[in-house]
Every structure is written in C-alpha cells, then in structure tokens.
Design a protein around this ligand. Sequence first.
Ligand code: MCN
Ligand code: CUN
Length: 792
Amino acid sequence: MTAVEQPETPLGHGNMRRKEDARFIRGRGTYVDDVTLPGMLHGAVLRSPYAHARIVSIDTSAAQAHPKVRAVITGETLAGLNLAWMPTLSHDVQAVLATDKVRFQGQEVAFVVAEDRYSARDALELIDVDYEALPPVIDARQALAEDAPVIRDDLEGRTDNHIFDWESGDAAATDDVFASAEVVAAQDMLYPRVHPAPLETCGAVADMDAVTGKLTVWTTTQAPHAHRTIYALVAGLPEHKIRIISPDIGGGFGNKVGIYPGYVCAVVGSIVTGKPVKWVEDRSENLMSTSFARDYHMHGEIAATKDGRILGLRVNVLADHGAFNGTAQPTKFPAGFFGVFTGSYDLEAAHCSVTGVYTNKAPGGVAYACSFRITEAVYLVERLVDVLAFDLGMDPAELRMKNLLRPEQFPYRSKTGWEYDSGDYPTALRAALDLADYPALRAEQALKRERGEQMGIGVAFFTEAVGAGPRKHMDILGLGMADGAELRVHPTGKAVLRLSCQTQGQGHETTFAQIVGEELGISPDDIDVVHGDTDQTPFGLGTYGSRSTPVSGAAAAVVARKVRERARIVASAMLEVSADDLEWEKGRWFVRGDVEAGRTIQEIALAAHSDLELPEGVEGHLDATCVYNPPNLTYPFGAYVCVVDVDADTGQVTVRRFVAVDDCGVRINPMIVEGQVHGGLADGVGMALMQVMAFDEDGNHLGGSFMDYLLPTSMECPSWELGETVTPSPHHPIGAKGIGESATVGSPAAVVNAVVDALRPFGVRHADMPLTPAAVWSAAQGTPLRTDLAIT
Ligand code: MCN
Ligand code: CUN
C-alpha cells in the first residue's frame, strides 16, 4: 500500500465541543417520531405469538370495521403489489408480512393503518389469525439434525436448515502445525445472541405524494442512500422519485442498517390510503424482531510450543442466523470479517470454517458495534490465548507480549489474507500494563487469594478492521462500498460539507467540520455538515463498520484539498503570480519568499464569485466533489486490562478498574474518541456480565423488555482509565482510523478473562457470557450454565 500525502501536524482541531449538542441538550433534536405531517395516519404491526407455525387463515374483517381504521394490510395485499417478500442484505429473502408460515416469535403478520396510534394498536386485537403450531428449531446445534423441521420451505428445493459453509486460511498447513505442536489447547465457547438496543427504536414516516409521484420517507437509517436504491429496486419506484431523510438518530449501533418490514408497510400504507403514515415500533418490538448480534457457537484450538510461542489457530463456528439470512455484511463475506480471527499475533498457520444455519429466531444479525464479526473473532482468540496461558501456567500478559506482531512486520499480511496497514502493538500493551500497574495488581491478587478473596485481572489485545471498501472487494447487494463528499464554499468563505454517511450520535457535525476546517483554515463553526437526506447529499454506503472516518473522513479531506487547489489558482489571479509560486499556510496562500503578499481563503472565496478574470482551470466558485474508494481497510488496535472482584458465594462481579489504551491513528477530536471508547467499554461490560437474548424450548423470546434484557448503567461501570498511542494509517489522507466499535470489540474478552482469572482457585478455565451471578456461581461449583437457552 503506498503512503499518501499527510499534513505535518495532522492533529485536527482538538477537543472542540460538539456542535450538535446545542440542540440535543435543549431537547430540540428532531427524531423520526417528532415528524408530524398534515393528515398523518398511524400504523401498527400484528406479530406472531409463535416461533414456528403454519398460517391457516387471517380474518381482518372486524379490524377493517373499526371506525378509525383506514386500512388493514396483509401479506396477500402485498403479494398483489409484488411486495410480500423483500431481499435481505445477505441475498436471502424475508417475508414483509407472513403468508405461508411464521418463522420466529414476533414476526410481522399484518399491518393496521388508523387515525391514531391507539386505534391502530386496538385494531390489532381484532385480527383473527388461525395458526397451526409447528415444532420450532431453537438450538442452532440441532438445526442440522436429520429430523429437524425445515424452516425455509418457502425456498425451492430446500430440505434442511443449512445456509452456507465458508472457510478461510490454509487447512492443510494448519493441520501440519497442530500435528507437530508441543501443546494444543482447545475450548468451546459461545458468543451469545445479544441486541444493540438503541434508545430510540426503529420507525418511519412514509409520504407518497400522489400528484408528483414522489415518495418521501423519514426513517431511522444508518445508510439512507443504500435504502433509497433498495426501495427503488424492490418496489419498482423510480429512484429520483424517492427521498430518504434520516433525521436525528437516537443511537444505531448497527440496529438501523437493514430495512425492516415496518418501513415497507408504512410505505404501502401511504400508497393505499393516500396519506402520510407513521410507524414507530415499541421497545419489545425492537428487542424481539430487529437485528440481533452474534449467536456464534465456536470451537477454537490453539497450538504452541511449551515455552509459549503461538504457532497456529484452528476454528469451527456454527453461526445462528435466525429465520432469514439478513446479516449486514459485504457480499463476499458470509461470516463477515471473522477471517481476522488470527488477531494480533504472529502465527505460522490458521484456518477457520463457519457454517450458517437457520433457526426460528429473529433475523438480521451482525449488528451491535460488531465490525462485521470481528467482535466474535477477537473474543475467540483472546479467550484462547488465556486458556493457553492457563494450561502452560504462564502469565497471560507475558504470553501476549511474546507473540504480538512486531512494528517492523507492518504492513502485515495475515495468514488469512488481510493486510494490516500499520501498528505498534508492544508499545500499546506496555502502556496499558503500566497504566494499570500490572505487577502491583498481581501482588494484590496473591495477597487476596491467601485471604480467600477472589480478584481477577483480565488482559486483552485486539486488532480491528474498519473502513469497508474498496469497492472491488466489498459491496452490499451489488452497491460498492465507496462514499461521496461535496464541499461548497460561499462567497464569504463559510462552507457546507455534504456527506453520504449518517451520524447516529457519533458527532459527525463536529468532526467532519474539523477535518475540512483543518485542511482549509476555516473555523469548524463556519462549516455546516449536511447528511441524512438523499436529495441533498452525494451517494455513498453510509455509517456502519466504523467506516465514516476511514472512508467519508478521507473524502472530506480530499474534497477540501481540491478546494484548496482551486483557491490557489484564484489566488494566483488575484496576486498576479504563477500558481506554482504560491505556498500554503493554514488559511491562506502567499507568494513564496514574501509572506505578507497573500490572500486568505475567505478573500479568495469572494474573489472566486467576483468579476475577477479567472485563469484556465477554474470556472468560478471553489466548490468541489469527491468519491472516495478506500485502497484498504484501516486497522485500529488496543490493549485492555480489566480488574474485577468476585464474590464466589453470590456470584456477584464488580468491575473495579478498566484500563483501555486505544490506537485509532490520528485523532480528529480526542474528546469524541474518548466518548466512543467509553460507550464501547460499557457495551463490553454489558455483554460480558448481563446480556443475552435467551429463548425457551417453545421459542419464546425471554428478553422482550429492559427488565429482562439488561443495559449496563454507570452503576456497573468503573471510572474508565484511558490511554492512547497514535500510529497513523499510511493510506488515509489524514492518517485516521475508525474508533466507533473498537471498545465493544476488545472489552468483552478483557472482562471475561478477568472473571475467569478470579475463579482460578476453583479450577475454572472458561465460562460463557453473560457472567451473571448464576453463571459465575455455577462455574465456581464446577457446573457451568448453558447461558443461551432456558431449557431446564
Ligand atoms: N473520530 C475521531 N478520530 C478518529 C476516529 C474517529 O475524532 N481517528 C471520531 C469521528 O470523527 C466520529 C466518531 O469519532 O465523530 C466515530 O467515528 P468512526 O470510528 O469513523 O465511526 P462512525 O462514525 O462510522 O460510526 C459508526 C460506529 C458504529 S459502526 C457503531 S455500531 C456505533 C459507533 O459508531 N454506533 C454508535 N458509535 C456510536 N456512538 C453513538 N453515540 N451512537 C451510536 O449509534
Ligand atoms: Cu455492526 S454495528 Mo455498526 O457496524 O453499525
């Protein structure tokens, strides 16, 4: 990968306060549910109470007769419009409203449009659906059994629940390494099904204008342009007659990447009633039916020498994708970026195989700050390294230090073919151990163990891969992963940056203004960022996989540099010198050798709109556009140390300290980066200790509310102790890498490693997440719990 031009002092504007907070802290944000249009109607979805059942009949007559109901839509109505099934992001199809069968509890069966939200909900009760219950497949490990009921009998010729087999790495070379290895450690582990649970649930307001034929949809989407194109392709509507507006979003975390049946129903509702239709799901609907995450049953093996040199990794995964394969990931990667499972270590060989299966659970998948399955990969390898340390009787930090990739190995091509752009891993790990005062922690632990108190120290190191592209390797439904930026500079030197990515809380209105501000010497306060409206922004694939900074951030820098070059030509006309004789200092072009003779970017902008005779190469104005197709992913990394106290009698875990050293290359706004890390660490504590979407044997969903599906609060989180190293990405225009998912990826392993370390006196070598008091207590008793199923 060739290095690109980067500024000498690339640190952006530093800790600028978030511009968007001026409206958020006043309660003046505009979320989808704040959108109210004249004559607007309200939709509600009838959902299946069964995990698996045949639909014998649906009688909507009583609901239709409700005085406030305007329309009742079923799969049959949709079939008439050729909309009963929609494509998923993984080239499968999903029922918009079920016609033949229901395949998970909470599946969409009918849609009522009424004059108000209450009447719509009331009318759901009046719909009479006759179901014939079928045996459900809840345990992924039974999905491929001979006698397992076939869930997807809608797919032609389908006789089992198998979705895909995918492998990566060199199986034969890996087997050879394992055959001759001195030590092999193996472990089964589960990354349970969890849910991103954004505070704002999903929803849409659809408005089909019968006169202009234009459909406007205000919706909670992380990818407005991709949604527009998919609507166009699915509904057969002309793309220029569709406008997707993604207003303020109350958290996405991956939950708002896909298209949900409710959105399509709102659109159809508007078409059939001729009125705008709002549909906003409630909390239970969000938890039960929208994109879940993980659900990976993993078997990992690690080979090493007796003195702890790691030689190879061998992994088998059973991936539970639910009833429709709706995972959001680039087409070529059915298991996402799980191929990055070799992590941060220098290995001789590695191989993994992943099998995806259908079960009677909600579809979607991947979401929840996942970096396309690197979350699972990092958890797996970091648990395996600890298991190996356990077997060898080695210190887990020392074992990692011994095997980390060395700085001189970068750019590094992993054994599964990923090219890590840059890194200095030992320095990051050392920084984390120093910050934690690791030797003192071990000494304290030894003392406590003598007293019979359980304290655990968990270490984890991770490598992330973010910034999907390039286009030739990565697409979603055929749309290549590149992003656009447009920059307009007004005559007075204020600017508007238009982006294809869409913030959900990450502070893009601030940081992207900072990027352009740094490149042009305009104050970020003078730059407005416009996003989330397909009529106003250039095409691009959106915000997920922490790709905004690596891709759109690069686009913003490149487009600003184009403007700067135009400004140079205009300045040359103003100063009557050759453009080659001009030099740039932040905010102005000046004549080489004569610093006083210069023009500021604001003066140049005004001149570009004036009667100045402009030379060749610029027609007037400074505006520019850019489409950025990244040459590679960026690979952020980090080293985490977690300290827990465990009460072995009650199973209670207290996270006492958490040290996180993150490296995301150049930080545009360090404060925002730290906020991203704080959020991700809290996610990690939540997943490690509290969260699972469990099911009972009938397929009843046991996490339908925040009383059952637990979110971490400040009560469960320590005061985070953050450190940083800065290793710029060599191929990114400002050397930045993404950060949005790093902490979610890296922290669960650190917490679990800490809890398992605390339970070492009980001989515990592994325990599955979530490490609830019951799970911890059972592990200490030597009877580990199966955490994903409530089968007794
Ligand atoms: N940033 C920076 N310097 C860097 C890297 C990032 O200043 N070197 C800033 C960025 O400019 C941006 C923020 O940090 O303001 C996150 O940037 P990035 O890592 O590019 O991630 P994205 O903007 O693409 O956000 C997506 C990522 C994902 S995929 C999930 S999931 C997640 C996450 O962001 N969802 C979030 N963090 C979230 N934070 C909030 N508040 N809400 C969500 O829904
Ligand atoms: Cu996978 S959660 Mo984020 O990539 O939107």
